[in-house]
Design a protein around this ligand. Sequence first.
Ligand code: ATP
Ligand code: MG
Length: 219
Amino acid sequence: FDDLGRDGKPARLGIMGGTFDPIHIGHLACAEQAREAYDLDGVVFVPAGNPVFKKDRVVTPAAERLEMCRIATRSNPAFDVSAIEIERGGDTYTVDTLRQLRAHYPDNVELRFITGADAVYHIVQWRESAAIADLARLIAVTRPGYVLSEERRAFIAEHGNFAIDYLEVTALAISSSDLRERLARGKSIRYLTMQGVLDHIQERGLYETGSSDEEGGVR
Ligand code: ATP
Ligand code: MG
């Protein structure tokens, strides 16, 4: 969406950050429902280069995660994938990504950062969370297994000047962890992600038994 806002018209860009190891229909459905609910002109998926919170396990090479995102989003003209976090190198910080996007787009483009109920609770621990609050409004979508109680919402509100919209989306109890675990055990993940992603995983022999951290029970 390079040209977004260049015609002078106000626009809204959704940003979906994540490790996407691998991308699944939970990610896709919440991006789509956020797009629809907040009238977003597009949603850009930004796979993390080097996720700081996932250093306790081996993450699939960035190029593969990027490719799987591209394959999964290909059929939706309102979806795009950006390699900015991967190309930047070093540890991935959301604030750097938002600054880069802010600098890229004209002021009439509003940034909306989409996160699941689990991730938004951790935002207060993110580097430069106050700067994040200045750069983008947040869309916190519901996720099965994670309750954003009044207490938690109050905790978030106390910790920064965040503008957050809470959005209920179709409950899909799907996680990349669960997909990796199934694959490591040779179980099917069909219908939990796009068929093209499945084909890519198979072709490249990703997440095979032995190549996964789940074998050792470390998570
Ligand atoms: P992992 O199990 O490896 O942490 P994940 O499924 O949580 O993988 P991430 O790449 O960590 O996927 O998540 C990216 C973003 O998508 C986060 O904001 C997360 O909260 C959100 N998300 C992931 N799965 C869902 C889901 N099923 N419903 C709603 N939000 C989700
Ligand atoms: Mg996660």
